[in-house]
Design a protein around this ligand. Sequence first.
Ligand SMILES: [Fe+2]
Ligand SMILES: [Fe+2]
Length: 235
Amino acid sequence: MARDEIDRRKVLAAGLGLLAAVPPLAALEGKPAGKGKALDPDEGVTAPEDLMKEHGVLNRCLLIYEEGMRRLQAKQEVAPEVFLHTAELVRTFVEQYHEKNEENYIFPEFVKARKLVDLVETLKTQHVAGRKVTAEILRLSQPAQFRVAANRGQLVAACQSFIRMYRPHEAREDTVLFPALRTILDAKQVAALGDRMEEDEHKVLGEEGFEHSVAKVEAIEKQLGIYELGQFTPR
Ligand SMILES: [Fe+2]
Ligand SMILES: [Fe+2]
Protein backbone atom coordinates (compact mmCIF):
# COMPACT_ATOMS: atom_id res chain seq x y z
CA MET A 1 0.00 0.00 0.00
CA ALA A 2 1.34 3.46 -0.87
CA ARG A 3 2.44 5.55 2.10
CA ASP A 4 0.05 8.37 0.97
CA GLU A 5 -2.81 5.91 1.16
CA ILE A 6 -1.73 4.78 4.63
CA ASP A 7 -1.51 8.41 5.82
CA ARG A 8 -4.93 9.15 4.31
CA ARG A 9 -6.46 6.18 6.12
CA LYS A 10 -4.83 7.29 9.38
CA VAL A 11 -6.20 10.84 9.05
CA LEU A 12 -9.68 9.49 8.25
CA ALA A 13 -9.55 7.05 11.13
CA ALA A 14 -8.29 9.68 13.58
CA GLY A 15 -11.17 11.94 12.55
CA LEU A 16 -13.60 9.15 13.37
CA GLY A 17 -11.83 8.32 16.62
CA LEU A 18 -10.85 4.95 15.19
CA LEU A 19 -7.07 5.27 15.21
CA ALA A 20 -6.66 2.21 17.44
CA ALA A 21 -8.47 0.10 14.84
CA VAL A 22 -5.97 0.91 12.09
CA PRO A 23 -3.23 -1.72 11.75
CA PRO A 24 0.29 -0.44 12.52
CA LEU A 25 2.32 0.83 9.56
CA ALA A 26 4.62 -2.22 9.60
CA ALA A 27 1.63 -4.55 9.25
CA LEU A 28 0.22 -2.52 6.37
CA GLU A 29 3.56 -2.66 4.60
CA GLY A 30 3.74 -6.42 5.00
CA LYS A 31 6.50 -6.40 7.65
CA PRO A 32 6.09 -8.68 10.65
CA ALA A 33 4.87 -6.55 13.58
CA GLY A 34 5.97 -7.65 17.03
CA LYS A 35 7.96 -10.60 15.65
CA GLY A 36 11.71 -11.04 15.53
CA LYS A 37 13.93 -8.29 16.93
CA ALA A 38 12.04 -5.77 19.08
CA LEU A 39 12.03 -2.24 17.67
CA ASP A 40 14.30 0.17 19.52
CA PRO A 41 12.33 3.34 20.40
CA ASP A 42 15.63 5.30 20.47
CA GLU A 43 16.72 4.22 16.98
CA GLY A 44 17.18 7.29 14.80
CA VAL A 45 16.05 9.73 17.49
CA THR A 46 18.00 12.97 17.04
CA ALA A 47 19.56 15.00 19.85
CA PRO A 48 16.90 17.79 19.74
CA GLU A 49 14.06 15.25 19.71
CA ASP A 50 15.58 13.50 22.71
CA LEU A 51 16.00 16.77 24.62
CA MET A 52 12.42 17.80 23.81
CA LYS A 53 11.10 14.47 25.11
CA GLU A 54 13.01 15.17 28.30
CA HIS A 55 11.37 18.60 28.50
CA GLY A 56 8.09 16.68 28.55
CA VAL A 57 9.18 14.99 31.78
CA LEU A 58 10.24 18.38 33.20
CA ASN A 59 6.83 19.79 32.26
CA ARG A 60 5.08 16.98 34.09
CA CYS A 61 7.19 17.78 37.17
CA LEU A 62 6.10 21.43 36.92
CA LEU A 63 2.45 20.33 36.68
CA ILE A 64 2.90 18.27 39.86
CA TYR A 65 4.43 21.25 41.68
CA GLU A 66 1.49 23.40 40.53
CA GLU A 67 -1.09 20.91 41.78
CA GLY A 68 0.79 20.49 45.07
CA MET A 69 0.90 24.27 45.56
CA ARG A 70 -2.78 24.63 44.65
CA ARG A 71 -3.70 22.12 47.35
CA LEU A 72 -1.48 23.75 49.95
CA GLN A 73 -3.00 27.14 49.20
CA ALA A 74 -6.53 25.66 49.35
CA LYS A 75 -5.61 24.06 52.71
CA GLN A 76 -6.21 20.60 51.27
CA GLU A 77 -4.33 17.46 52.21
CA VAL A 78 -1.03 17.00 50.37
CA ALA A 79 1.85 14.71 51.33
CA PRO A 80 5.36 16.20 51.48
CA GLU A 81 6.55 13.33 49.27
CA VAL A 82 4.68 14.89 46.35
CA PHE A 83 7.26 17.69 46.41
CA LEU A 84 10.16 15.59 47.67
CA HIS A 85 9.91 12.80 45.08
CA THR A 86 9.36 15.31 42.27
CA ALA A 87 12.40 17.35 43.34
CA GLU A 88 14.47 14.13 43.51
CA LEU A 89 13.46 13.33 39.95
CA VAL A 90 14.27 16.89 38.85
CA ARG A 91 17.68 16.52 40.48
CA THR A 92 18.63 13.22 38.83
CA PHE A 93 16.83 13.39 35.52
CA VAL A 94 16.77 17.11 34.69
CA GLU A 95 19.82 18.49 36.48
CA GLN A 96 22.29 15.61 36.48
CA TYR A 97 21.36 14.23 33.09
CA HIS A 98 19.34 16.50 30.75
CA GLU A 99 21.10 19.76 31.61
CA LYS A 100 24.51 18.08 31.60
CA ASN A 101 23.82 16.97 28.03
CA GLU A 102 22.93 20.52 27.07
CA GLU A 103 26.04 21.86 28.80
CA ASN A 104 28.42 19.19 27.46
CA TYR A 105 27.15 18.71 23.91
CA ILE A 106 24.76 21.47 22.80
CA PHE A 107 25.91 24.77 24.33
CA PRO A 108 29.62 24.38 23.33
CA GLU A 109 28.62 24.02 19.67
CA PHE A 110 26.95 27.45 19.78
CA VAL A 111 29.90 29.00 21.60
CA LYS A 112 32.28 27.53 18.99
CA ALA A 113 30.10 28.84 16.15
CA ARG A 114 29.65 32.21 17.95
CA LYS A 115 25.91 31.92 17.55
CA LEU A 116 23.23 32.68 20.18
CA VAL A 117 25.99 33.10 22.78
CA ASP A 118 23.97 35.50 24.95
CA LEU A 119 21.08 33.05 25.03
CA VAL A 120 23.42 30.18 25.90
CA GLU A 121 24.93 32.24 28.72
CA THR A 122 21.48 32.93 30.18
CA LEU A 123 20.47 29.28 29.89
CA LYS A 124 23.66 28.20 31.71
CA THR A 125 23.09 30.75 34.49
CA GLN A 126 19.53 29.46 34.85
CA HIS A 127 20.72 25.86 35.22
CA VAL A 128 22.87 26.96 38.17
CA ALA A 129 19.99 28.96 39.67
CA GLY A 130 17.60 26.03 39.18
CA ARG A 131 19.89 23.69 41.12
CA LYS A 132 19.86 26.09 44.08
CA VAL A 133 16.06 26.26 44.03
CA THR A 134 15.79 22.46 43.82
CA ALA A 135 18.10 22.17 46.85
CA GLU A 136 15.66 24.46 48.66
CA ILE A 137 12.64 22.38 47.58
CA LEU A 138 14.41 19.18 48.68
CA ARG A 139 15.18 20.70 52.09
CA LEU A 140 11.72 22.17 52.72
CA SER A 141 9.86 19.02 51.63
CA GLN A 142 11.54 16.80 54.21
CA PRO A 143 8.59 15.70 56.41
CA ALA A 144 9.95 17.38 59.57
CA GLN A 145 10.44 20.70 57.73
CA PHE A 146 7.14 20.42 55.88
CA ARG A 147 5.19 20.23 59.15
CA VAL A 148 6.13 23.87 59.91
CA ALA A 149 3.63 26.25 58.24
CA ALA A 150 6.27 28.92 57.49
CA ASN A 151 8.36 26.33 55.64
CA ARG A 152 5.38 25.34 53.52
CA GLY A 153 5.04 29.02 52.56
CA GLN A 154 8.71 29.08 51.54
CA LEU A 155 8.26 25.84 49.64
CA VAL A 156 5.43 27.37 47.60
CA ALA A 157 7.60 30.41 46.84
CA ALA A 158 10.49 28.15 45.75
CA CYS A 159 8.23 26.09 43.46
CA GLN A 160 6.77 29.26 41.96
CA SER A 161 10.21 30.66 41.16
CA PHE A 162 11.28 27.33 39.68
CA ILE A 163 8.23 27.19 37.39
CA ARG A 164 8.52 30.89 36.49
CA MET A 165 12.06 30.29 35.23
CA TYR A 166 11.76 26.85 33.63
CA ARG A 167 8.64 27.36 31.49
CA PRO A 168 10.26 30.10 29.38
CA HIS A 169 13.67 28.41 29.64
CA GLU A 170 12.57 25.16 28.04
CA ALA A 171 10.24 26.93 25.58
CA ARG A 172 13.18 29.01 24.36
CA GLU A 173 15.36 25.93 23.98
CA ASP A 174 12.62 24.12 22.03
CA THR A 175 11.78 26.99 19.69
CA VAL A 176 15.07 28.85 19.25
CA LEU A 177 18.15 26.92 20.39
CA PHE A 178 17.40 23.38 19.27
CA PRO A 179 16.10 24.35 15.82
CA ALA A 180 19.24 26.48 15.32
CA LEU A 181 21.45 23.44 15.90
CA ARG A 182 20.79 22.40 12.31
CA THR A 183 22.14 25.73 11.09
CA ILE A 184 25.56 25.10 12.62
CA LEU A 185 25.89 21.30 12.33
CA ASP A 186 25.02 18.94 9.49
CA ALA A 187 22.71 15.96 9.92
CA LYS A 188 25.61 13.56 10.52
CA GLN A 189 27.07 15.73 13.28
CA VAL A 190 23.67 16.10 14.96
CA ALA A 191 23.26 12.31 14.83
CA ALA A 192 26.70 11.85 16.42
CA LEU A 193 25.68 14.17 19.27
CA GLY A 194 22.56 12.07 19.80
CA ASP A 195 24.67 8.90 20.06
CA ARG A 196 26.95 10.43 22.69
CA MET A 197 23.96 11.64 24.69
CA GLU A 198 22.44 8.16 24.51
CA GLU A 199 25.64 6.65 25.96
CA ASP A 200 25.50 9.14 28.82
CA GLU A 201 21.87 8.25 29.46
CA HIS A 202 22.90 4.66 30.15
CA LYS A 203 25.85 5.77 32.30
CA VAL A 204 23.95 8.29 34.43
CA LEU A 205 20.46 6.78 34.55
CA GLY A 206 21.02 3.11 33.71
CA GLU A 207 19.21 1.13 31.01
CA GLU A 208 15.87 2.63 29.96
CA GLY A 209 16.59 5.76 31.98
CA PHE A 210 13.97 7.78 30.16
CA GLU A 211 11.27 5.14 30.54
CA HIS A 212 12.00 4.76 34.26
CA SER A 213 11.81 8.51 34.77
CA VAL A 214 8.45 8.64 32.98
CA ALA A 215 7.24 5.79 35.22
CA LYS A 216 8.34 7.76 38.30
CA VAL A 217 6.49 10.89 37.21
CA GLU A 218 3.41 8.79 36.46
CA ALA A 219 3.48 7.25 39.95
CA ILE A 220 3.46 10.72 41.56
CA GLU A 221 0.64 11.88 39.25
CA LYS A 222 -1.39 8.82 40.25
CA GLN A 223 -0.76 9.50 43.93
CA LEU A 224 -2.03 13.06 43.42
CA GLY A 225 -4.97 11.99 41.24
CA ILE A 226 -3.92 13.99 38.18
CA TYR A 227 -2.80 11.08 35.98
CA GLU A 228 -6.04 10.51 34.01
CA LEU A 229 -5.74 12.94 31.14
CA GLY A 230 -9.46 12.83 30.27
CA GLN A 231 -10.38 14.52 33.55
CA PHE A 232 -9.01 17.80 32.19
CA THR A 233 -11.18 17.84 29.06
CA PRO A 234 -13.77 20.66 29.33
CA ARG A 235 -17.31 19.18 29.27
FE1 LIG B 1 18.40 24.05 29.69
FE1 LIG C 1 16.53 21.80 28.46
